[in-house]
Structures are given as structure tokens and as C-alpha cells.
Design a protein around this ligand. Sequence first.
Ligand SMILES: Cc1ncc(COP(=O)(O)O)c(C=O)c1O
Length: 420
Amino acid sequence: MSDVTKINGRPLKPSTLMMGHGYDPVLSEGSLKQPLFLTSTFAFPSAAEGKRHFEGITGKRPGGADGLVYSRFNAPNQEILEDRLSIWDGAEDALSFSSGMSAICVLLLTYASQGDVIVHSGPLYAATEGFVAKWLSKFGVSYIDFPAGATREEIDAVLAQGKAKATEQGGKVCMVYLESPGNPTNALVDVQAVRAAVDAAGLECPIAIDNTFLGPLWQRPLEHGADIVVYSLTKYVGGHSDLVAGSIAGAKKWMDPVRMLRNTMGGICDPNTAWMLCRSLETVELRMQRAGENAEKVCAFLAQHPKVEGLGYLGMIKDARQQDIYDRHCLGAGSTFSLLLKGGEAECFRFLDSLKIAKLAVSLGGTETLASHPASMTHLSVPDERKAALGIGDNLIRISIGIEDADDLIADFEQALEQV
Ligand SMILES: Cc1ncc(COP(=O)(O)O)c(C=O)c1O
């Protein structure tokens, strides 16, 4: 039976539940794996049940639909995926989307109204920062940000500023939005301090956090006071660089309003991608563990190399405050880090052009190792002063380690460093 979640009182681990949770083979001709449900709509057993479903979908009756209606709202492959995603973060509910950015945009649009202020950590993924600054501003929503490593006192001060600004604009602080670690510097946010500051300020808005870099294995933000966890599933969860998807998870009270907007706008993950993600979730723990072990070995090699100036790797933090945040929030150092070479763009380009195993591509969290140059690629549009403030210099390369043989990767980086 698929929905056994405990044996003799022992709660089953996510890695066990990924094989069958949320799916009953008896309902699908005994098919061990979930079939792909390619349908746009679902037949109602009776007109009265059709009416009841629509009362749930439209919010006329609380609790949502209790059956499937139409594939823009939900469908079997997506429901199974959402059930399994909730398990990893210990969330009550999850919603899947066609990309990480559609998850983030629908989430922000749900909670922001005219005059409101979004308080966010910096840096955020560039498209997230762009959505807040360029698009939400068109609707009278403004933002205020604080650096990832901010202390409790600094967070208190920014929240007070945010509240004052919101009052001036006739709105409220509608969300505290975090990304930790930040991309590409790996700076961590003190989620526990943000929770305490939000409570002390008497704010009732949700705290959302983009957990793409460390989740779901190495960081569990809902346990540290966040309300909503956000993912680009394109990265570690999908894990094979062959799909684009996103999700959010949290308590049902935070998910329900977002579901209503997703029902209206669309943006739900398609069935084929949901199916592939369920397959990926069966191995996510294995893949992330191996990638994490590989990264540790590769970073040990890189750290002592004479052409390397430094590493932004969570397993080798130099700053006491960042180390303290890491110790309280993280269960592993991940496999995405920045490599600082001695030199600048020319040295970085020679290194990148010489790689034989690692591919020169943006993105992260796949089975294969990727390397890129944020200053001239993902962060090219970021103004120079902001790049400097965020520590995104011309000598910074971002690397995402995959699950290849660690010694082969070290050999590749060694020969590429010789070309620098
Ligand atoms: C931290 C982070 N959040 C969100 C996104 C956006 O996700 P997607 O590309 O799936 O829309 C990315 C993409 O690189 C990311 O790195």
C-alpha cells in the first residue's frame, strides 16, 4: 500500500517514501510506476459533484476542490509530485510550477498589493531581483533589502524602515523574502534571526526563502522559522539538467492563496515534467550526497593550489558570523561554490576554455559538473557598483560539482589551472 508513512511508530524517511508515497497502483491497473496522465480535463461522476468541485476551486466553499477538475488547476502526476515535495521540507502542502521563476512570481504577486513593501535579503537570483524592482514597482509595490549576513540588529533596523515606508505608501510589509545561500557568493542569511525580528516587529507577513542551493537535503528552513520554502526544481531536485520547474511549500494557509492565483494564471508544472521529477526524487539524496562528497575533495585540492586566491565554499568559511549561521542552519556544505583565481577575466576565460570534463554552462545541481563566469554571464546586467558590493569580481568562477569520479574532476581542474 502506498501511503504507509510509519512502521511500529517509526516515521519513514523521505528517501523511503519517494518510491511510492501518494500513488496507489491499484487505481492504475497495477502499474508499479505512475502512468503519465495526459488529459486536459476530468469527467465528473455527476453534475452535483461537478458543482461541488467548482465551489471548492472558486473558494465558495473552504478547503479547495476534493477531486480533479481541469489540468490548469491540478492533475494526478502533479499531485503526487506535490505530496512528495512536501515530505522533504516537512511542509503541510506544496505547489508545483513550470519554472522556479513562475513559482517566485506567482508567490510574490499573491501577497503584494499596491503600496506594500517587500523586504528581501541580497543578493537574490537576478531574475527575482528584477521581478521585484522592475515589474512589481509598476503596480506600486516597493522593496528594501539587507545584506545576506546581516545581524539581528541590522534586520530589526531594515524591518523598521520597511514598516515606515509602507505606512507612508498606504500599504504594509507584505513579505520578507530570503535567498540563502545567495547566488553566486554563497553568503548565508540568519533565518532564525529574521524570524525573531519579524515576530518582534509584530509583522504578520510570511517569510519565504529560496532554498534552491541547499535544499532539500542540506537546509530545512521551515525548521528555522521560515513559512514558505521556494525552489527552482531545475537544479538539484530535477538534477539531470533536462527539465525546468519550480515549487513552493509551507502551511496550507500560506499555500491556498497562491493556489488560487495559480488556478487563474496557470503556470502549473506539466504532467511529463512532474513525472520526471518524481523519478528524480527517488535518487535526490544519493545524488546530493555524492555531489557533496565530490565538492569537498575538489575544494581541498583547489584551496591549496598556487593559482587560486580563495574559495566561496560553505565547507571552508572564513568569517565567524557566517560559520555560526552555517552551524545553526546547514546540514552540509553543498556542491556549488565560487572559485577565485589570481588574476581577472582573461585568467578565468583561459581556465574555463581549457576544461575537458566540466561543461561551460550556467545552472547548477545536475549530475554533471558545470562552470561559468557570473560577472560576464548570469550577472552581466548587474550594475558594476552592486557587483563590487556583492563581491562578484572578474576573477570569480562559479562551479557546480556533479557526481562524476572526484579524482577525474581534480585532474580536469589541475590541467585547466596549468593553462591559466
Ligand atoms: C537560486 C535560484 N532561484 C531561482 C532560479 C530560477 O529558476 P528557474 O530557472 O527554474 O526558473 C534560479 C535559476 O538559476 C536560481 O539559481
